[in-house]
Ligand binder design. Structure first.
Ligand SMILES: Nc1ncnc2c1ncn2[C@@H]1O[C@H](COP(=O)(O)OP(=O)(O)OP(=O)(O)O)[C@@H](O)[C@H]1O
Ligand SMILES: [Mg+2]
Length: 301
């Protein structure tokens, strides 16, 4: 991938949360939450960051957005080191990305009507007058499949899925180049998840928006991302094209993650069943939950 096609370049990233107690800190080094992590996100690419709870996904998201300062390594956005920007450049960079959180309620002002919330986000990045803003805000709400009648409502008068869509509309108002969605769909019903996954897919296809999709839901990762990065204890254990990784994981940890979720794909389910049976042959030697990357190659189903 050449520079023009690379949006974000993460190199050798390391981060440890400060130890709580001085005594402990003196005795041993705090554990690294992120350990030598490197990957890229291309323009228009959707990358999924998966791994079990505590594996460092959110920490990487925060480091990429510049909310945390790394202990080592770098994050480049369009070639610029995001942790070495001056104040002005840093403020300008702030418009390049938006974050979508799991709980949209906490990111919406409870006293602000939906239309105003979206218009306000537009006002920050554009010079539109009030009526043009309203038009734009309505267009954004349509973009996430919400009707204009929702304009006058307060966040408390919305369903969880509607709130999440307002959150996404607000994020889009800033015209970001990158969206980091941290478990953005995790708290929603499966049917709403599917609708929002559709919205994300459209945004990516039609506007070339890049996305880092943080999730422990492999089925969702499979649906949205073309590339998947598997994280275990702060380290990348596997990375590749989503289908290739899910169909033929090379790492034992990835395999355990995949085995833990039901995937509604009969061909894949049968292949997985065959693999499970085959694996039972040498289950005694191999601990599938081992945290050390294995190099055991399996034959493709
Ligand atoms: N504010 C904090 N202070 C100290 N340690 C933290 C803090 N936030 C996270 N950690 C630790 O850093 C490691 C990585 O946490 P992180 O939140 O990045 O995981 P995650 O993969 O996002 O997990 P989840 O799926 O549960 O959201 C964990 O061991 C966690 O306990
Ligand atoms: Mg997290």
């Amino acid at each position: 991938m050449n520079d023009a096609e690379t949006l974000v370049e993460v190199e050798d990233l390391r981060y440890a949360y400060p130890a709580r107690r001085k005594l402990l800190a003196r005795r041993r080094q705090p554990a690294l939450a992120v350990d030598e992590v490197g990957f890229t996100i291309g323009r228009g690419e959707v990358v999924a960051l998966v791994g079990e709870s505590g594996s460092g996904k959110s920490t990487i998201g925060r480091l990429i957005l510049g909310m945390l300062r790394p202990d080592g390594g770098s994050v480049r956005f369009e070639g610029q080191d995001v942790h070495a920007l001056g104040r002005r450049a840093s403020r300008a960079h702030r418009h390049n990305y938006q974050m979508v959180f799991q709980d949209p309620y906490s990111s919406l002002n409870p006293r602000m009507r939906v239309g105003d919330a979206v218009s306000e986000a537009l006002a920050i990045t554009s010079e539109l007058d009030a009526s043009a803003r309203r038009e734009q805000a309505e267009a954004l709400l349509r973009r996430v499949h919400l009707d204009a009648e929702i304009f006058e409502r307060l966040p408390a008068e919305l369903s969880g899925g509607q709130r999440q869509r307002v959150g996404i509309a607000r994020a889009l108002a800033a015209r970001p180049k990158l969206i980091v969605a941290d478990e953005a769909l995790a708290s929603l019903d499966v049917s709403i998840q599917a609708q929002l996954a559709q919205v994300f897919a459209e945004l990516n296809a039609e506007e070339g928006l890049s996305m880092l999709f943080i999730t422990h839901d492999l089925a969702m990762a499979r649906r949205l991302a073309s590339r998947i990065i598997v994280l275990n204890r702060g380290r990348i254990v596997e990375e590749g094209a989503t289908d290739a990784v899910i169909r033929a994981p090379r790492d034992a940890y990835t395999r355990a993650l995949i085995d833990a979720v039901p995937i509604a794909d009969p061909v894949l389910a049968r292949a997985r069943q065959r693999e499970r049976l085959a694996r039972q042959g040498h289950a005694a030697q191999e601990d599938t939950r081992s945290t050390t990357p294995t190099t055991i190659e399996r034959t493709a189903p």
